[in-house]
Structures are given as structure tokens and as C-alpha cells.
Design a protein around this ligand. Sequence first.
Ligand code: FAD
Length: 386
Amino acid sequence: MSDPLIIVGSGMAGLGLARQVRARDAQRAITLITADSGADYSKPLLSTGFAKGMLPERLAMRSPIDVADALQMTMRTHTRVGTIDPQTQTLAIGAERLPYGELVLATGAAPSAPFTVADEVRDRVFTINDLDDYRLFHAALSRHGGVARVAIVGAGLVGCEFADDMLAGGHRVALVAPEAAPLARLLPPPLGQVLGAALGKTGADLRLGRSLAQLQRDDEAVSLVLDDGEVLSADLVLIATGLSPRTALADTAGLTVSEAGIQTDRYLATTQPGIHALGDCACVAGLNAMYVQPLQASAKALAATLTGTPTPVAYGAWPVLVKTPSCPVVALPPRQAPTRWRIEGEGDDLSALAEDENGYLLGFALTGACVRRKVELARAAPPLLP
Ligand code: FAD
């Protein structure tokens, strides 16, 4: 039998690809290797779980055994691939060498923080980037019991969604970020301010325009020392200061990588024959979108390529829907800096259109009732990857 297709990573990209390949080829030998538990879950639901009181078990839609059974593939969980040798077409897992026919990297992105967390506070400081992280944070909240004071550091998509969700779950939330308004990478300031005001009205204690200087142990709590000297006290701290594509494994194979991820072409091919990449770890033709629709399109195109029909991937004008019920937000960030943002509407209901010098629409951002315009504007906006 020929060496299998090996997929590294069981996130939505890795599992999505395995499903698509199996749908096109019932016989292909597939092995999926993952460093985590391998449960099939929807990552976007992690930041909606606290409002609904969702237990981690309920977020897992299928166990790895059920997934492997349904897709007739071999699955190795809690197994970290250490290195890749493209010359011998083998992977190293500890001392074991595993041959691959074709290899796909779906290693995702890891939380990154611009500071180190001291050992004395580590048991109270969390990131939530997968179901295992959610389990740990959930257990810490349960141990705490009742209403917890949660300090969230970072006001991007992940920080804002968790802030709103934890407030809805009955916890007290402080939100600390250096930007003057939330979602600075997705929204022009007036719309960010609308979201900030809505989170404040829902109960968030906002510390915007402030950075975290230090985390210190304070008995059963953590003190957050801010750059202006203010000290906040929290029972638990959630760090949401961004994600960096996981490229270390690709590095071992000599693939071309950058801060934006593993470089691929439209066929998701890396710079080494026989190795492809998709999902949050991959920078496809210069773009790492890091959300679900692009990775689903990638999985579909790559499955076609791997089963004999070379297919380039294309991304549409797919806006990001931010899950902050206190203030609905939709955004399609422009790929190039706009000449101007044209802002319309009033109160919490704003539309911001990013335009070039000729008035062409490059992207948009919407808040409140204006999110209704998302379909109309997405039709007029340029695709992310034509
Ligand atoms: P991951 O899910 O990170 O999976 C990576 C996999 O690689 C893991 O299984 C890991 O164990 C494995 N791995 C890594 N290195 C190794 C190794 N060396 N050996 C073996 N295995 C390895 N997007 C949206 O479109 N809409 C949303 O509403 C939305 N909400 C989100 C909410 C949150 C809280 C977060 C964190 C993200 C959200 N996103 C959303 C983004 C979206 O969820 C991600 O783009 C997507 O899930 C990434 O999937 P992935 O498979 O590429 O990576």
C-alpha cells in the first residue's frame, strides 16, 4: 500500500480537509495527527459558551474515535509532530519516523503575548484558543464558584467576544487594551467607540489606552499593574493579545515562512513538493485571513487537488461577524489602506465605507442595526482573493 496522506492538526482546517478528501475518495489512506484531544468542535462557539453555561463536553460535537470511524482514517491524538524531513518524506514523532505520501500542515495559530507570565500567577492566567483551553478556564471558573472578576487583556475580536460573553454569563469583566477603542484592526475609531460604549453599558470596566505593565500574585487574586500605575484586582486573567501562525514545524522542513504564516500559492502548495498548508497557519498568495470561510474554501480546493483535479482557491468578499450581542458588528477590512472612511448613520447604528481615491468600495464596517447592510455591501466589495 502507498504511504498515506498525512494531515497535521485537527482544527476546522485539518478535519475539514479530511472530510472533503473522504467525500471525493473512499479508498485514500488518511492519517490525521494532532497535538490536542482531537475532538470535533466549532472554535467560534468557544466565545459564546459562557452566556449559555455550556460545559466543555457539550461543545465537542464528536469524539476523535467517532471522527476517525466516520471518515475511515487513522487518528493519533495528543501526538506532537517534531520535525519533517522532505528528502526522506518522513515525520518525526519522538524517536519514531513516519513516512508520508503527501503531507498537509493545518497547525493553526498560537496565542501570542507581548509579555511573559511569571510562575507565581500562572494558575490564574489563561488563553482560550481551543477546546482544551476552554476546559481549563471553565474548571478554574467552577473552582472559583459564583461571580468571578475576570480581567481580559486585549480588545480585538477574541477579547471583545469573551468580554461580552462573560458579562452575559454573570461575571464581572475588566477590559484592558492599549488602543483607544476596541477592534482597532477591524473598525475605524467612531465604530470602535460605539462597541466600547455598548460593552461599558453592559457592565465592562474599560481601561482603554492602557497597557498591562505587570501581573502580581495577591493571595487568591491577581493584581494587574497598568502602565499609568493603576492596579486592578481580578480572580482570573484572560490574555487575548493576538495569534501568531504556528510555523515552527514548517521551519524544520525548510519551507518558506514569514510572520504571516507558511507561504503557499493558490493551490495551497508550499515551497516543498508534496507539502501543502491551509487554515490559520497558512499565508495563501500573500493573505492569511484567519477565519472560517477562507479555510473552508481552502479545504474544498485542496481536497480536489489532492484527488487529481488541481484547483486554485478563491476567496469572496466574506465579512467577519463579531459575536458581541451588546452591539452587533460586521466588518470586511480593506486589503489596502483606504483613502477615506465614509461614515453614515447615527447613535449605535453606523456604516463605515472604506473607499479609494475614485470612490470605489474597498471594505466596510457596520454596527447596530446597520449590520443588515452586510449582504448588499459584500456584493459591491472586491473579493479577498479573486
Ligand atoms: P486550529 O483550530 O488552531 O488547529 C490547529 C491544530 O494543529 C490543532 O489541532 C493543534 O493541536 C495542531 N497542531 C499544531 N502544531 C502541531 C504539531 N506540531 N503536531 C501535531 N499537531 C499540531 N472565525 C470565524 O470565521 N467566525 C467566528 O465567529 C470566529 N470566532 C472565533 C472565536 C475565537 C475565540 C477564536 C479563538 C477564533 C475564532 N474564529 C472565528 C477564528 C477561527 O475559529 C479560526 O480561523 C479556525 O478555527 C482556525 O482553524 P485551524 O484548523 O486553522 O487551526
